[in-house]
Design a binder for this molecule. Structure first.
Ligand code: NAP
Ligand code: GDD
Length: 323
């Protein structure tokens, strides 16, 4: 195929799965990595692809480094997945979140506009932009009402993507992705926090699991399925915006129940609700309508929540067992 891709956030959950997908399709994959004091490539190593990626140092907060990355990689496709992606942290670091998740997108689009206008661009937008939901099932036409500094910053990123498409004719698409998880999910997100704890409790290394609002509902899918939708968006003749979701919503409580049941335990014996994990403002429920992605991209979520949670618990049992 001989195509070049640049992925920001290549060391994250989605970056790792997307890099694998593109490598399997024959792409040369360049990955932007921000300078960190220790190695962040564990996900790429778990997928066995760390040696197959051309790493370029850069930071979304630093426009010069983004320009250099574009010039160096000459990408046909750019996937902007880099972000401060944890909603909870966005109240503690609202400015960093705004710079990286908001202005960082402008850094990417400006660099494309100036140095690589034929590159196709994918922006990692989010269902968190729907926040205080304005429709029972959220789709591309549902008004936004973000409820966190993260959601606000991402909304800027979304609209600047739309604006550069309309202003300069860039092939820039925004994927409004609902929550997606995997064994490579960061430990701070609720599904992985639960599956890691289930493994530890089952293996006698932990007794209780402290959580916040277990009545919150999310539309959870598998990250491996969702990166296919990102790729499909950039294969369309026309750039556009798409909701990517399963169309099923579940409480944190029921997700816990599934995880504990998988190892023969009752979540009620272990879960403790702890106010320290409540958020200053909550997104109570998200439920996506992926009809447009299904019709126009031919995309559909393949993995059920039961399969996803069991896959994650099994992976954590293996990890904790080896410790
Ligand atoms: P993740 O695991 O937290 O990965 C985030 C990536 O961004 C990491 O590679 C991180 O690098 C990188 N990064 C952070 N700050 C950066 C900076 N200043 N410059 C360059 N790179 C930076 O997130 P994810 O779950 O894969 O999500 C991927 C994208 O989709 C994010 O933009 C997220 O906001 C968005 N999204 C995610 C979901 C979801 O449910 N997963 C849903 C909708 C949208 P380090 O490894 O060095 O920290
Ligand atoms: N993290 C966490 N930890 N969340 C908890 C806990 C806990 O102990 N207890 C309850 N929750 C609730 C949160 O309050 C929230 O309502 C829900 O579980 C999901 O939280 P997260 O897994 O942290 O994800 P998120 O929905 O806030 O954000 C994720 O999805 C967005 C898409 O909607 C992230 O991946 C974002 O980057 C992404 O944009």
């Amino acid at each position: 195929m001989n195509r070049n891709a640049l992925i920001t956030g290549v060391t994250g959950q989605d970056g790792a799965y997307l890099a694998k997908l593109l490598l399997d399709k024959g792409y040369k994959v360049h990955g932007l990595v921000a300078r960190r004091s220790s190695d962040t490539s564990w996900r790429l190593r778990e997928l066995g692809i760390a040696g197959d990626i051309e790493f370029i140092e850069g930071d979304l907060a630093d426009a010069c480094s983004i320009q250099r990355a574009l010039i160096k990689s000459k990408p046909d496709e750019v996937y902007n997945l880099g972000a401060q992606s944890f909603v909870g942290t966005s109240w503690d670091q609202p400015v960093t979140t705004g710079i990286v998740d908001g202005l960082g997108v402008t850094h990417m689009l400006e660099a494309i506009r100036q140095f690589s206008p034929d590159s196709r661009f994918y922006q990692a937008s989010t269902s968190e932009m729907f926040g205080l939901i304005q429709a029972e099932r959220q789709d591309e036409n549902t008004p936004f009402y973000p409820r966190s500094p993260y959601g606000v910053a991402k909304l800027y990123g979304h609209w600047i993507t739309v604006n550069y498409r309309e202003s300069f004719g860039l092939h820039a698409s925004s994927g409004i992705l609902f929550n997606h998880e995997s064994p490579l999910r960061g430990i701070e997100f609720v599904t992985r926090k639960v599956t890691d704890a289930v493994a530890r409790i089952k293996l006698g290394k932990q007794k209780e699991l402290r959580l916040g609002n277990i009545d919150a509902k999310r539309d959870w899918g598998f990250a491996g399925d969702y990166v296919e939708a990102m790729w499909l968006m950039l294969q369309q003749d026309k750039a556009d915006d798409y909701v990517v979701a399963t169309g099923v919503t579940t409480t944190v409580r029921d997700m816990c129940k599934l995880a504990f049941e998988h190892v023969g335990l009752d979540y009620e014996d272990h879960v403790v609700v702890d106010p320290q994990f409540f958020r200053p403002a909550e997104v109570d429920i998200l439920l996506g309508n992926p009809g447009k992605a299904q019709r126009q991209l031919g995309w559909k979520a393949k993995t059920s929540l039961v399969e996803l949670i069991q896959m994650m618990v099994d992976a954590d049992l293996r990890r904790v067992g080896k410790e």
